[in-house]
Design a protein around this ligand. Structure first.
Ligand code: ZN
Length: 304
């Protein structure tokens, strides 16, 4: 399921490229720091969006994984390496979603401090692995916002008060989103609150809002796993038995198998949920708060 196909490099080629690019970034870092603005890189689109809310106008935020890109098979390119080499802070999701960053840091360094913004979140684990899709619960987003504010304030004390004020404001917005999502989910008849998704990316949302997880087309928290014919047959049996109304495919997913399951079971496919990405700029789902509300409305509409 390759959405963005970046150059695949051999490990050796990758290291050579990394060192060359980080070297070039170090050589021109004098001009970038003289502007006096904090340079921040975020790995995933959700971490980038939260960082923008906290940073406001006081820092430059560059997000490496853009809208519509599957983070599970992302590979960093030359411009990503340059951005990392030039950054003061790199904010990452961690939890197995951006492990490629380790290779970049260890193979050439850069001077950036790396902050895992999901630290302190109460994680759900699947088969012994933490579920990385923490952004689907606004309570988790508040933890990330606080971690981001703490790191920005430490790196740029002159703007600490602004970062903290921005964080408080966005936390209040996330509280409001949480209340609104509960009201939206309450409109779904309780017997219909059953979720079948593309991959297991909505566990935190399902847990927070009292939905029932029936299964996933790819029964894994990664899109890189595969389902067998036996898995699909078992899922179809469950969909029929539980009278599941919709299969939620995602914006970044391949709908082929979902469409087949829909044909076999009579459930409908809804392919506009944001699992691993946010909406394009201007879509209304290009912020974390907007994305969660958009998803809640999509789910309620499909399950009524
Ligand atoms: Zn995912």
């Amino acid at each position: 399921m390759v959405i963005l196909s970046l150059k695949r490099a051999t490990t050796l080629g990758f290291v050579v490229l990394t060192v060359a690019v980080l070297g070039a970034a170090a050589a021109c870092s004098g001009s970038s720091t003289s502007r006096g603005r904090l340079k921040v890189v975020a790995t995933t689109i959700q971490v980038g969006a939260l960082t923008r809310e906290v940073a406001g106008p006081d820092a430059d935020v560059k997000t490496l994984i853009g809208p519509g890109i599957d983070p599970h098979d992302f590979e960093a390119g030359a411009s990503d390496l340059r951005a990392i080499g030039d950054a003061t802070i790199v904010f990452r999701n961690g939890l197995g979603l951006d492990d490629w960053l380790d290779r970049i840091i260890s193979s050439g360094g850069g001077k950036a401090k790396t902050v895992t913004v999901t630290d302190g979140i109460q994680l759900r684990t699947i088969g012994g692995h933490p579920d990385p899709h923490v952004w689907q619960d606004p309570v988790n987003d508040k933890v990330m916002v606080q971690n981001i504010a703490t790191a920005l304030a430490k790196a740029d004390p002159a703007h600490a008060a602004d970062y903290n004020a921005n964080a408080r404001k966005y936390e209040a917005k996330l509280d409001s989103v949480d209340t609104q999502v509960r009201e939206i989910i309450d409109t779904i008849p309780p017997a219909n609150r059953k979720m079948v998704t593309d991959h297991d990316a909505f566990g935190y949302f399902i847990q927070r809002y009292g939905l029932t997880y029936i299964g996933a087309v790819i029964p894994s928290t990664s899109t890189q796993a595969e389902s067998s014919a036996k898995d699909i047959a078992a899922l179809e049996d469950l969909i029929r038995r539980e009278h599941v109304k919709a299969i939620f495919s995602e914006e970044t997913a391949n709908p082929k198998v979902s469409n087949q399951i829909a044909r076999d079971t009579g459930a409908k496919v809804v392919d506009t949920l944001y699992g691993d990405s946010l909406g394009k700029p201007g879509s209304g789902a290009d912020t974390v708060d907007g994305m969660i509300l958009d998803n809640a409305r999509t789910i309620a509409e499909a399950l009524k």
